[in-house]
Write a protein that binds this ligand. Structure first.
Ligand code: F6P
Length: 322
């Protein structure tokens, strides 16, 4: 079937570089004579028919902007069959032949279920700061978030040094430690706590006891399972009173800001690849980036597959921490 009109949306937590991906989808489609509709507020906007025709000029000057010009949402209604039926009817009314979704694993789950129920091609682009998607080395936004975190932690290190303090710094990653592990290595943190490893708190206490350095940085993933950073701080204060312990939660600062060069480049490549895939009559695949090449990963693999932490990185972090 020749595709004449596509829709594009961003869904779930926004990530820097989503705008660059939208731009690439819009311009690649227009280049090939395909009309583009932007859907506002992700799947919720599909249900509410928040459609807007997009021209090439509408994506001028957005490649450098964080957030998403299409807005985003986590739609509860799309998780119901009735919600998805409403969304399908709206897409049909608008004569949409295919959809490009940009988001994380929740977004792909939604796309996977929708494609089983309705005969409409979907392709996906991985956009989340968490970098936890199976089938791709990088997700759009991860590199920018890492750079934001490194800048913030460098600043904290200045004040930690000035006062001989121990800082516990919480970074994002609800279910995964990729952000914590990589930013911890990049900032030379004395400790890194991630959800994928057990017994870390004991190890950290032992390390701190044996290595009485003046200032220390411990990066803690939001999804870490052995307690919140406040609980951890209380524990350290009681067990190791010599340490002057402080906590910082970096929070949503990690999600905003201008995308890095890498995220703009990645988003541009994957956006163009998504349109190419649709022209090729592909469906239910995510555009992944493996070994510097674009790959197609079936939705069911991205949903069921689990991306493991690279054990070698844990060893590197431990070695560099002596
Ligand atoms: O999935 C991206 C992410 O930034 C997670 O790291 C974080 O746990 C979550 O979104 C926060 O979501 P919200 O902005 O909806 O609170």
């Amino acid at each position: 079937m020749r595709i004449k009109k596509i829709a594009v949306l961003t869904s779930g937590g926004d990530a820097p570089g989503m705008n660059a991906a939208i731009r690439a989808v819009v311009r690649s489609a227009i280049f090939h004579g395909i009309a583009v509709v932007g859907i506002h507020h992700g799947y919720q906007g599909m249900i509410n028919a928040e459609f807007e025709k997009l021209e090439s000029k509408d994506v001028r000057n957005v490649i450098q902007r964080g957030g998403t010009i299409l807005r985003s949402a986590r739609s509860k209604e799309f998780q119901t069959e009735e919600g998805r039926q409403k969304a399908y009817e709206n897409l049909k009314k608008e004569n949409i032949d295919a959809v490009v979704v940009i988001g994380g694993d929740g977004t792909f789950q939604g796309a996977g279920i929708f494609s089983q129920e309705h005969n409409l091609p979907f392709v996906g682009i991985p956009g989340t700061i968490d970098n936890d998607m199976f089938g791709t080395d990088f997700t759009i936004g991860f590199d920018t978030a890492l750079n934001t975190i490194v800048q913030a932690i460098d600043r904290i290190k200045d004040t930690a040094n000035a006062h001989d303090r121990l800082f516990l710094i919480e970074v994002m990653g609800r279910d995964a430690g990729f952000i914590a592990l990589q930013s911890g290595i990049a900032t030379g943190a004395e400790g890194i706590l991630i959800p994928e490893r057990d017994g870390q708190v004991d190890g950290l206490l032992k390390y701190l006891e044996a290595n009485q350095k003046t200032s220390n940085i411990v990066v803690v993933a939001e999804g870490e399972k052995e307690g919140s950073i406040d609980e951890l701080a209380t524990l350290i204060r009681s067990k190791l009173p010599n340490y002057d312990t402080r906590t910082t939660i970096l929070g949503h600062i990690q999600r905003g800001g201008a995308p890095s060069a890498f995220d703009r480049f990645l988003a541009s490549r994957l956006g163009a690849a998504a349109v190419e895939a649709l022209r090729d009559n592909q469906r239910s695949v995510m555009m992944g980036y493996k070994n510097h090449e674009v790959v197609h990963v079936p939705f069911n693999k991205t949903i069921k597959g689990h991306r493991n932490i690279n054990q070698k990185l844990l060893i590197v972090a431990d070695i560099l921490n002596i």
